[in-house]
Design a protein around this ligand. Structure first.
Ligand code: FE
Length: 181
């Protein structure tokens, strides 16, 4: 079994979990994010990052620590796990996608207004909008634009019942992008 099989199994085993208070499952959310990336012509590594950005939630035995007022730091859990198999073009947008959300909340009022209830709740746990200093720090990161793009797909990937390609469609993408299977 290689890491791609492992990822597919994880989606199969835990993908039916609720996506944190939204009306889509974790798997639906991941597939919608990946499909938005694919449709916008993103590089395969960023499509993989979109598919895998919340894998930290699936790796966690507890379904939704935010309900207990705890930030599970899923972006760090996920990016660390992914780093065993993928390079920074995949892991960095995953690691930075929460910072990117906090960045957008500070800099884009339309984005902030578009946040779902659950997303607003987790924003508080994640530290709220970035300060001006924190914004400059994120902008200095070479992957910040990928992370911001990913985070826009993330917020849009919450449409109940939207038909999108299934997870097996991404197996070959993941195998091409992986550094170590
Ligand atoms: Fe997400």
């Amino acid at each position: 079994m290689d890491c791609v099989d492992e990822i597919l199994q994880l989606f199969e085993k835990r993908g039916s979990r609720d996506y944190l208070g939204e009306r889509v499952s974790q798997l639906e959310h991941a597939l919608q994010a990946a499909n938005l990336a694919a449709e916008s012509g993103a590089a395969e590594a960023l499509i993989a990052a979109a598919l895998l950005h919340d894998i930290g939630h699936l790796l966690c035995a507890e379904e939704n620590p935010a309900e207990r007022g705890i930030d599970g730091l899923h972006e760090q859990v996920g990016s660390r796990w992914l780093a065993k198999h993928f390079g920074p073009e995949v892991t960095e947008p995953v690691r930075l996608h929460v910072a990117a959300k906090r960045y957008l909340c500070a800099t884009d009022s339309a984005y902030f207004a578009s946040l779902s209830q659950a997303s607003l709740l987790s924003l508080q746990l994640q530290g709220g909008p970035l300060t001006a200093q924190e914004q400059r720090e994120l902008e200095a990161d070479p992957r910040h634009l990928d992370a911001i793009q990913l985070r826009r797909w993330d917020e849009a990937a919450k449409v109940p019942g939207l038909p999108v390609p299934d997870v097996t469609r991404y197996a070959e993408v993941l195998r091409r992008v992986a550094l170590r299977l």
